[in-house]
Design a binder for this molecule. Structure first.
Ligand SMILES: *[C@@H]1O[C@H](CO)[C@@H](O)[C@H](O)[C@H]1NC(C)=O
Ligand SMILES: *[C@@H]1O[C@H](CO)[C@@H](O)[C@H](O)[C@H]1NC(C)=O
Ligand SMILES: *[C@@H]1O[C@H](CO)[C@@H](O)[C@H](O)[C@H]1NC(C)=O
Length: 413
């Protein structure tokens, strides 16, 4: 109420010092100021100085990190609750934590999908990429060559017709295969490469990833979990696995980081940031995924990623978003930025092919990672969990309007 007091004083001083006329002027002026003040107070955004928000969950985390040794009152965890409510909440929290203990210690023995797996069994994934030799960017692709070699249970393939790429990849112990058809100015066709590796290798999963991503053991753990929990599906129904990438400045990664999962995790949390839900840089499918039914889209040109996800969803395939359990660290070359992919030759090649399709869905929206029906994450015991999403945003189901269909609308990706 300070403002009111100040205003009172101001009013009184005006009254004593001024003539009637100036008093009227000041009166009008102040009432205008008051209206402005009321107006500003009415707009929520102006109401308060932006303050760092303390989310209730972060207070609870603080309490848990103290191992429950600090009284909740002293951390302000249960502000606004009555004493009775606090006692009840503490009891229920205690019971919950005990249950988690039991779950982690006891039931993992009985859940065969979560018992520790030996790492020396058959490859589970055939992972392929393709990259172009570019002197400035080579250290990034070289990081990938050695990072993927550290992964458990993978066959590694690079598609290239370039002698330098072939040479470096073979030195790093990869299988090199030639690119068959190229389109849109030297771009390989996604479905063709899938077809080729499926003929060469017998694994549960086949994956394409951009040649500038780094992975760690989350990938292997997640695939093992999916293969186990969906053991029927992976041999009989089409399945697609996607995730968001985490961008990080490539300059801060040395070879010690790119070959250590733990260091990658730390760097990702400290320096990385999750990228958009509609920019997908890796796709993993099973053997029965019908790539032959997909458009012959070019890799690395706009739109192919969203199209694959949206069509898989549209045809009711099993789609899994693994963002929360698979770290896909994207090495960004700062001078080129995170939208480097948008400046390639024939960039509308895929968009034009897609626009010629008679399909009712808004594929740019359907193809976002958070639209996937399933998701993987780490549970309280640090095990990969695979669950169905309870809420999927409505834009994941957006259809084209009459006019969008009529004018053969090309999605603004
Ligand atoms: C397949 O998965 C189900 C459910 O997780 C499990 O009960 C069953 O034992 C599994 N079968 C095989 C052959 O692993
Ligand atoms: C590629 O990376 C490996 C592993 O970090 C390193 O030993 C090698 O010298 C690098 N190659 C080149 C040409 O930079
Ligand atoms: C997918 O499932 C939905 C809902 O069950 C159904 O309406 C739709 O016809 C199915 N689509 C295809 C291509 O089978």
């Amino acid at each position: 109420m300070k403002l009111v007091t100040v205003f009172h004083r101001f009013l009184r001083s005006s009254f004593t010092k001024c003539t009637n006329r100036t008093f009227t002027k000041i009166g009008i002026l102040t009432s205008m100021m008051f209206s402005l003040y009321a107006f500003i107070m009415y707009i929520p955004d102006f109401q308060k100085e932006p303050r760092p928000m303390v989310h209730p969950f972060s207070k609870t985390l603080k309490f848990l990190r103290s191992n429950g040794a600090v009284h909740p009152d002293d951390l302000g965890v249960m502000e606004g609750m009555s004493h009775e409510e606090k006692l009840k909440a503490m009891l229920s929290l205690r019971e919950g934590i005990n249950q988690i203990f039991n779950e982690c210690l006891i039931s993992s023995k009985y859940d065969h999908c979560n018992s520790p797996q030996p790492n020396n069994d058959q490859p589970i994934l055939t992972l392929f990429t393709t990259w172009i030799y570019d002197e400035e960017k080579f250290f990034i692709n070289n990081n990938t060559l050695y990072n993927w070699r550290k992964l458990s249970g993978v066959n590694l393939v690079v598609f290239t017709n370039d002698a330098k790429v072939k040479d470096y990849s073979e030195k790093a112990g990869w299988l090199v295969l030639p690119i068959g058809t190229t389109v849109a100015g030297d771009a390989p066709v996604l479905k063709q490469m899938f077809h080729t590796v499926q003929q060469q290798f017998k694994t549960d999963f086949y994956g394409y990833s951009n040649g500038d991503l780094l992975f760690e053991e989350g990938l292997y753990k997640t695939l093992k979990k999916i293969a186990c929990q969906m053991n029927e599906t992976i041999h009989t129904k089409p399945l697609l696995i996607v995730g968001k990438r985490t961008n990080i400045n490539a300059e801060i990664l040395d070879s010690g980081v790119v070959t250590s999962g733990q260091k990658m995790q730390k760097h990702a949390v400290t320096f990385g940031s999750l990228f958009n839900a509609d920019a997908l840089d890796f796709f993993i499918t099973n053997y029965v995924f019908p790539w032959q039914d997909f458009l012959p889209l070019a890799i690395g040109r706009r739109g192919y990623d969203n199209w694959v996800v949206s069509i898989a969803r549209y045809w009711n395939y099993t789609v899994i978003d693994v963002t929360d359990s698979v770290l896909a660290l994207h090495q960004t070359l700062l001078e080129r930025g995170n939208f480097e992919g948008l400046h390639k030759p024939f960039n509308n090649y895929n968009l034009d092919m897609i626009a010629s399709q008679d399909i009712s869905i808004r594929y740019g929206l359907w193809g976002q990672t958070h639209c996937a029906e399933w998701q993987t994450w780490f549970d309280m015991c640090g095990r990969v969990a695979l669950t169905q999403r309870k809420n999927i945003k409505s834009d994941c189901f957006m259809k084209k309007t009459f006019f969008q269909k009529l004018f053969n609308f090309r999605e603004p990706l």
